[in-house]
Design a protein around this ligand. Structure first.
Ligand SMILES: Cc1cc2nc3c(=O)[nH]c(=O)nc-3n(C[C@H](O)[C@H](O)[C@H](O)COP(=O)(O)OP(=O)(O)OC[C@H]3O[C@@H](n4cnc5c(N)ncnc54)[C@H](O)[C@@H]3O)c2cc1C
Length: 446
């Protein structure tokens, strides 16, 4: 008989693994150190602003098949909103120019040939040059392939790539960007349709997942910090939490879905990413008109993307380490000038603001750090790894994290060749569970 699966970490990777395993009929216990789920993707009530905010703006796109498979599995598709078409409004703060990038929905990207749809100042040939990314090698950086200083770089590749990779582009891996573009623009314009949580990240990703797990009889323990894992010759034998130990039965299994530095402390000899980049968010308590865009990309400003929520305009700046030490008032004022311009609001007075700095938002997506990503398998037969930092082939994103959770769940099922493996059919999630392949070979523990 199948044993219990102990999923440690209730970020989206752990939640996706737990939901997947519970759906497959496994007994699941989910442990989380914090008093809430969601990890780096969650909502909370902010006292200063007097309303709920997300820790950071998160944009999904229709091509995020793992994330949407998860959202469908927890019955939360109705919590997403967006423009309903693959459109991306931009403002150039240097020139004041505005444009809207309009992908056509089909696979043949004829939007590139249409001056009314593509980025002003670019040519069809500029887009074709990006095909060189398909031949990127593991050591290549984005700027080795896409020439900086060109209008298309400044107005398109830079805003998209910085947001996806959260790493300065002179350092960032070209291979990771190629993968992102293959699953978005390369999959056809419809795949680029933006999707945004209507209420918040927790209402879309976390609360429905926890509710689903409870309905399936899973045990959920918040405030349970894993301190150590005890190992035998080829399997983990016990989990030591701050508040007690859990001895594992012979058939029990673990999905370790904690952050990279925590996993590196818990698992002997684990090589994992160890450099991070910051993301900065500023939330302004101000209502923009309902008919204004869901978000605006900003070129040549301090802000990079501005999102409109019910009564909040939120700014994201990726790879934001350079801004972390800037005095809060100066930062808030500088970002607000961009926001006010993007949404045609008065620059004075600046509304109440909350600035959230996530210093270790994601691992730095450099070729060196990518080489440190472990696969989901470990040398212990009952321990699988999950998290956006594992070797998903994608940068640290919701899509990558959720895919890693499903992969870890699949590996545990596949390891035992039983009911779980059969129950883990692709149709549950609407995409293929990555089979154990080269990327899941024991890169993980040396
Ligand atoms: C500000 C910000 C903006 C972002 N924007 C986007 C975006 O627009 N689009 C996008 O796709 N992605 C975005 N991301 C990235 C995305 O949020 C992450 O990739 C994703 O949430 C990672 O999920 P995870 O489950 O791998 O890790 P985490 O969310 O970090 O989950 C790990 C969990 O493990 C718990 N834990 C840690 N140690 C222990 C322990 N010892 N015992 C028990 N539990 C433990 C933690 O509390 C946490 O809940 C953004 C991230 C940030 C921070």
């Amino acid at each position: 008989m199948s044993g219990r699966v102990h999923v440690v970490g209730a970020g989206v990777a752990g939640l996706a693994a737990a939901v997947r395993l519970a759906e497959a009929g496994r007994a699941v216990t989910l442990y989380e150190a914090a008093p809430h789920g969601g990890g780096r993707a969650r909502s909370y009530f902010d006292q200063a602003l007097g309303c709920r905010i997300d820790n950071g703006n998160h944009l999904l796109i229709a091509g995020n098949r793992s994330a949407l498979g998860f959202i469908d599995a927890i019955g939360a598709r109705g919590t997403l909103t967006g423009p309903g078409a693959p459109v991306y409004p931009f403002l150039d703060r240097a020139s004041g120019e505005r444009w809207t990038l309009r992908f056509n929905t089909g696979r043949i990207p004829w939007w590139m040939a249409s001056p009314a749809r593509r980025v002003p100042g670019t040519t069809f040939g500029d887009y074709l040059k990006a095909l060189r990314l398909r031949r990127a090698r593991s050591g290549d950086r984005v700027v080795d392939i896409l020439a900086p200083g060109t209008p298309i770089f400044r107005r398109l590749w830079q805003p998209l790539a910085i947001a996806a990779l959260n790493t300065p582009l002179h350092e960032a891996s070209a291979v990771l960007l190629a993968r992102v573009l293959a699953e978005s623009i390369g999959a056809g314009g419809a795949a680029c349709t933006p999707l945004i949580p209507r209420e918040g990240l927790s209402e879309t990703l976390v609360d429905p997942a926890l509710a689903q797990l409870r309905r399936r009889g899973a045990t959920i323990r918040f405030g349970a910090r894993l301190r150590a894992i005890e190992f035998g010759a080829d399997r983990a034998t016990a989990l030591d939490f701050d508040n007690g130990s859990e001895t594992l039965a012979a058939s029990d299994e673990i999905v370790l879905a904690v952050t990279a530095p925590v996993a590196a402390r818990l698992v002997p000899d684990l090589v994992a990413p160890d450099r991070y980049c910051a993301i900065l968010n500023a939330h302004y308590r101000v209502a923009a008109p309902d008919n204004s865009p869901f978000f605006v990309g900003i070129v040549g400003g301090t802000a990079e993307w501005v999102f409109r929520k019910k009564d909040v305009l939120s700014v994201t700046v990726s790879a934001a380490d350079r801004l972390l030490e800037m005095p809060e008032d100066d930062l808030a004022a500088s970002l607000w000038r961009d926001v006010a311009a993007a949404y045609a609001l008065p620059a004075d007075p600046m509304p109440p603001v909350r600035i959230v700095r996530e210093r270790r938002a994601t691992f730095a997506a450099t070729p060196e750090q990518v080489a440190r990503r472990p696969g989901a398998r470990t040398r212990w037969r009952n321990l699988a790894l999950a998290g956006d930092w594992t070797d998903t082939g994608l940068p640290a994103t919701l899509e990558g994290a959720i895919r890693s959770g499903v992969t870890a769940a699949g590996i545990l099922g596949a390891g035992r060749r039983g009911a779980v493996e059969n129950a883990l059919s692709d149709k549950d999630f609407g995409f293929k569970v990555a089979p154990p392949s080269q990327s899941f070979e024991p890169l993980s523990c040396r």
